[in-house]
Ligand binder design. Structure first.
Ligand SMILES: [Zn+2]
Length: 318
């Protein structure tokens, strides 16, 4: 499904321009109350695409180094890939790619929060808090942690390629394949791996990062609940399909696989597992929840019929 293109600067919430835009997006996505979800997903996808491009370019640079070899024997290729992975320049470029993407995502997420605030009955308070915030330390810390983890992942790529190619070369040598044929095979494989890794890292990491950014902001605003939302398409895993619309707490991550009676991957928030494109949509005010609501509580999904019962269930003062 194609999401409507977002303007770079969102009109202020509750302004006529904003309402018109939200309505247009709601019509395009088929659900009037779905506008905030659309914003969060669109920003994540934007970051994912940018990140994929950056990683691909970076790995292409490693390939270019290989192409410059005067005598590209399999051994020489493996050696240069290992050198690239441990070179400070490459590590620095990997960190820059991660930082650029996460910074862009953080800005996008802030925009999405404004959209969520605009759709909330109690949005005014959150909106003011969002406006006041200048340099949230919690947010800064979570950005640094994401950048560090991601640059490590990118740097690992050429290293993994080297290992893989050395196995491949040995096997082909054993089979009596000529070195120049092995080199050709390695170069073909390198191209394939570059695309595969760029897509895998960009997708998995942009989802993980967007949830981490939402969580860090939610916690700083004192918001405990979020709604698990899927990308609403045919590629959503069934275990996550049954989480769509379920209200969860940051302090109590669900285990979607074991709830579906399958092998567990542990407890995690949306985006917390490979290839997951789900998002966590913050619940800004309990009054915004539609009852009856499906709610995750320590490994089970309960249906709660009213706001009063919801507050009672979680020990929230009426
Ligand atoms: Zn998912």
């Amino acid at each position: 499904m194609a999401y409507p293109k977002l303007p770079d600067v969102l009109p202020p919430p509750n302004s006529p321009e904003y309402v018109a835009l939200a309505r247009e997006m709601a019509v395009k996505t088929g659900a009037a109350k779905d506008a905030p979800r659309t914003y969060f997903i669109a920003e994540r996808r934007k970051a994912e695409r940018k990140y994929q491009r950056l990683i691909r370019n970076l790995l292409k640079k490693a390939e270019d180094e290989v192409a410059k070899l005067a005598d590209p024997t399999p051994d020489a290729i493996i050696r240069i890939l290992t050198q690239i992975a441990s070179s400070p320049t490459f590590q620095h470029m990997a960190e820059e790619a991660a930082r650029q993407t996460v910074t862009m995502l953080a800005v996008g997420m802030k925009r999405s929060w404004r959209a969520a605030a605009a759709a909330s009955s109690q949005g005014r308070l959150i909106y003011q808090a969002l406006m006041k915030e200048t340099t949230g330390t919690a947010l800064g810390q979570s950005i640094s942690a994401i950048v560090a983890e991601n640059s490590k992942l990118i740097v690992t790529c050429p290293h993994d390629m080297a290992l893989r190619f050395s196995k491949l070369a040995r096997q082909r040598e054993f089979e009596g394949v000529r070195p120049d044929e092995i080199t050709k095979e390695i170069m073909k494989e390198a191209k394939h791996l570059r695309e595969f890794e760029a897509r895998r890292i960009a997708r998995t990491e942009s989802a993980k990062a967007s949830t981490a950014l939402v969580q860090s902001r939610a916690e700083s605003l004192g918001l405990d609940f979020y709604i698990w939302r899927t990308a609403h398409d045919s590629r959503v895993r069934p275990q996550h399909g049954s989480m769509d619309g379920v209200i969860c707490r940051w302090s109590d991550p669900p285990d979607p696989e074991s709830m579906a009676g399958e092998r567990s991957y542990g407890r995690y928030h949306p985006g917390g597992i490979f290839n997951c494109r789900c998002i966590a949509l913050p619940v800004i005010a309990l009054e915004d929840i539609n009852f009856p609501a499906k709610v995750h509580v320590s490994g089970h999904i309960e249906t709660i019929s009213s706001l009063a019962k919801f507050k009672e269930r979680f020990g929230i003062a009426a």
